[in-house]
Design a protein around this ligand. Sequence first.
Ligand code: FES
Length: 151
Amino acid sequence: MSCEDCVSRREFLGKTTLAVAGAAALAAGCGDGQFGPTTLVASTDTALSVKVASVPALATVGQLVRVGPASAYVAVKRTGAASFAAIRVICTHEGCETNIQASNIFVCPCHNSRYDSDGKVTKQPDGGGSATNLPTIAAKYDAATDTLTIG
Ligand code: FES
């Protein structure tokens, strides 16, 4: 029986080893073995309305507060008696969801970028690359109804 297209055992093992080595090199990726974000949050442009009195933490000027559904929350900060700022929480490096720390900063769990309470970058990601400031979102407060509309 002839087998012109057959691969010898040695050729097969050689090709398989190359494929495995290639996959391992890809898995190493950017050095941390991680491909992009581990925690993605769906972006949304849908306006979000919040009764400010229903979120007690929003009574404190300067405190970052998570507002909105878990899958698409934003950070909100009271900036004055009747003014608020809203900031997207998705890291601008590779899109991971940042965490709001008790010290009112954003920390990205993926490569450790840090942002101040205004969303400005204070530390670039570990391992290279760069992050830019977190985007702000329009936040309009209606004192008559105590309603904050974001987006
Ligand atoms: S995704 Fe890399 S630091 Fe945030």
